[in-house]
Write a protein that binds this ligand. Structure first.
Ligand code: AMP
Ligand code: GLY
Length: 435
């Protein structure tokens, strides 16, 4: 009997808990998070309502319940050192130690690691803690730049010239805002191309790669509006994307392998967990946009919905360092995941309103909600995700739309994600860029 503790309570953690519950290895699921997710609760033996960054409470709960394995959903507990503390007490974790998770928690650290193992994957960039030299560097980049807060901002700390930043002054204003709060930031060359996510299971030595997924970070249809945690994702039955060649996929896989190896060399700690490479195919080849030290959200819903192998067995192999012996297979199906989010999300989201849906629907993944007087109440972040899967991506998209239409509340979603129009447009735009 494996006692598995899941940290976090979003849609990604619903996907994780469901996958564990479907394992052929006998298991009991426990969860810690600040709100009770009713879908995770249904799968759980016990649920502790607690801050996922409260390391001492997590460790004592794990001891009390004799937990065998902890799966860390979000990034913040990694940064708080929860894995370091749990491993000291002998509990295996799917998730890297704090010093290794810096690949996500510090954008400057990530760029440095990439410089050491695959420098050609980095854009031009410079780090700053003051305004000195910022304007000059923005001008050197021809006014085409990105300002990135160097820390965790839930995907919302990045602003792009010509989009969020209309002119150099707005770029400098954002830089000054970060400096005022005592923060560090990077100014990077603005890359142009198509983004994609490649996640790999890693046991410190071996990487087993997942299907490639494309996320949609912008809040509104047509890829406009502020950056969000991710509004939806799709993947193809061949586990690649229509604008990628076989060599591109292999190159992204190689990059994750090199980064995992470099992290071990640099920190002395093996990378154990899911390594998420955020890439962009540009006219100058594949570049790294960012690294995450966990499953992507929504990407987890795409890949776990089609994982053929036993997820708990894969997790145990990661922790025990024998992933090379594990076959990690996915169904050859396309997936489309769409998030419904509160009106006003991400800047000024509605909250406290009732959400109506069928909680028992296996294609529904509840996220930022809580139960109050038996009613489902939205808490303000992404509310729920729906996943469609099918051999035919357009059917998967139609299924996801139908699922979304069964959810009601003060919500909106991006109808364009996974549609023939949007994917066709992207493929054409990429062809144009590559010439
Ligand atoms: P990040 O939090 O680093 O993933 O950035 C959020 C989003 O900002 C990415 O998904 C990209 O759409 C965009 N972005 C980040 N860095 C760059 C860059 N150097 N060039 C162009 N877009 C970028
Ligand atoms: N989907 C982007 C992320 O999980 O950071």
């Amino acid at each position: 009997m494996k006692k598995v503790l899941v940290l976090g309570s979003g849609a990604r953690e619903v996907a994780i808990a469901r996958s564990v519950s479907q394992s052929s290895i006998k298991n009991a699921i426990f969860c810690i998070s600040k709100d009770i997710n009713p879908q995770i609760n249904d799968l759980c033996e016990d649920y502790l309502v607690c801050d996922v960054n409260d390391v001492a409470s997590i460790v004592s709960y794990a001891k009390e319940k004799e937990i065998d394995l902890v799966i860390v959903g979000p990034e913040n507990p990694l940064a708080s050192g929860v894995v370091n503390a749990l491993e000291k007490t002998g509990v295996g974790c799917v998730g890297p130690k704090k010093e290794v998770a810096m690949i996500e928690t510090s954008k400057a650290f990530a760029r440095m690691i990439i410089d050491l193992c695959c420098p050609e994957k980095n854009p031009q960039r410079k780090e700053f803690v003051s305004i000195a030299g910022v304007k000059n560097f923005m001008e050197t980049l021809g006014g085409e730049y990105v300002v990135k807060f160097d820390g965790l901002m839930g995907g919302k700390g990045v602003r792009i010239s010509g989009e969020h930043l209309k002119n150099l002054n707005e770029g400098l204003d954002y830089a000054n805002e970060i400096i005022k709060d005592g923060g560090r930031f990077l100014v990077e060359e603005k890359l142009v191309g198509e983004e994609f996510s490649l996640m790999s299971f890693v046991d410190g030595k071996t990487c087993k790669h997942m299907p490639i997924v494309q996320d949609h970070k912008r809040a509104f249809e047509g890829d406009v509006g502020p950056n969000t945690g991710g509004m939806g994702t799709y993947s193809y039955g061949n586990h690649s994307l229509p604008f990628l060649k076989k060599e591109d996929v292999l190159e992204a896989q190689k990059t994750n392998e090199l980064v995992a190896k470099q992290l071990l060399k640099h920190t002395g700690s093996p990378y154990v967990g899911v390594l998420y490479g955020g890439f962009m195919l540009t006219k100058d080849g594949i570049k790294v946009i960012e690294y995450n030290a966990r499953f992507g959200d929504p990407e987890a819903m795409n890949v776990l919905s089609i994982l053929k192998s036993d997820f708990l067995s894969v997790c145990i192999s990661m922790v025990e360092g024998r992933l090379d012996k594990e076959s990690v297979l996915f169904d050859k199906l396309a997936t489309v995941c769409k998030y419904v989010v509160p009106v006003g999300y991400p800047n000024n989201p509605a909250k406290g309103f009732e959400v109506f849906c069928d909680q028992d629907d296996p294609s529904l993944f509840l996220a930022s909600v809580m139960l109050k007087d038996k009613k489902l109440i939205a808490c303000g972040s992404r509310t729920a995700a729906v996943v469609g899967k099918n051999k035919d991506i357009w059917k998967a998209e139609a299924f996801a739309e139908k699922g979304v239409s069964n959810i009601s509340g003060k919500l909106f979603h991006r109808k364009d994600i996974g549609t023939e129009d949007l994917i066709g447009f992207r493929v054409k735009r990429m062809k144009g860029l590559l010439g």
